[in-house]
Each structure stands twice: as C-alpha cells, then as structure tokens.
Design a protein around this ligand. Sequence first.
Ligand code: MN3
Length: 200
Amino acid sequence: MSFTLPELPYAHDALAPYMSRETFEYHHDKHHKAYVDNGNKLLVGSGLEGKSLEEIVKGSFGKNAGLFNNAGQHYNHMHFWKWMKPNGGGDKIPGKLKAKIDSDLGGVAKMREDFTQAGVTQFGSGWAWITVKDGKLAVTKTANGENPLVHGGTPILGCDVWEHSYYIDYRNRRPDYLKTFLDHMVNWDYVEELFVAVSK
Ligand code: MN3
C-alpha cells in the first residue's frame, strides 16, 4: 500500500476556538502531509511494501527509524483527526466504554486526571493514550511518533502533545490544551467504536 493524506472529517474551523483553523492548516495540511510524502518515499525498497499500515508500523519499529517515524505518525494522525469532533468532550461517554473506564481506570475523573498527567509529563514531543492491552484499558504515554501498537497494545484514544498541535492556540500551556481536549474535543463515540472492535 502507499500512504494517502485523509481529508479532515470536519471543516478546518469546526473546532475553533479550541483548535483553530490555523492550527489545522499547519498540522493537517503540512505536518501530516509531510509524514505521508516522506513515508511513501521511505517505503520504497523497505521490504514492507504491500503490507497494511499497522504491519508497516510494527515491522519498521527498531529496524528502520525513518520509515517508522513517518508511518507511525501517519497512523497516529489518521486517528487523531477522528478522535476529535465539534461539540465533543465532556463526560458523555457511551455505556460500554464508560463501564470499562470505571472498572479498569478508576472512573472518569481518575481517567481524566491520569490522561492529563501522562500528556503533561511526556518530556518533549509525544502522545498520551488510552490503550487496550490484554483486554484491559491503560493510560500510557510515548515519545515522538511511537505508539501503543509497538508495545503490544491498541490505542483507542490519543492526544498529540507535540508543540505543533497546541502552540498556535495555547502557546506553552500544554495542561490547558489537554484539559480543553477532554472538555470540548474528544469524539467518545469513535473511542467506543475502536474499543468495541478491539474487544471482539
Ligand atoms: Mn502532530
């Protein structure tokens, strides 16, 4: 397969003022596009042509850093756009996922606290995650383009804490960005969709 930049699932200004048109113009139109273009170049001759994106991410980890960084970030961003929606966030979490958060993560308030803490304490660039691993939810964090796939898990929610994701709208206030992500942007329906798919 080759990588293709997906359209945003909403207009560039749909999440304003929480995430601005300018942020999406840089983050989706330029940063994500660069991962796609560089990933396609690095895929040639890698021995992973014809594999699925997930297989390319796992197959290049620890072996082909250039391809891994770009393929990993392509995977992360494809989901990241769908992990947000206009009028999202808050505590309106669908039933099956809510029950699992209560049993595995100590409830919604504790999950929010741990997810925010993971994002705030990720030194430098990276991601905060809710991951399914061995049938259990966990809150984790990774550096740069790494993601839970390479640690045997499946991410069902991720927040990009690279500065390109928040510096235009929040400057250096990463904790405010993470709080606003949870309060106003998360598409919990998509998170539950992924949770149900991985639980089958
Ligand atoms: Mn990014």
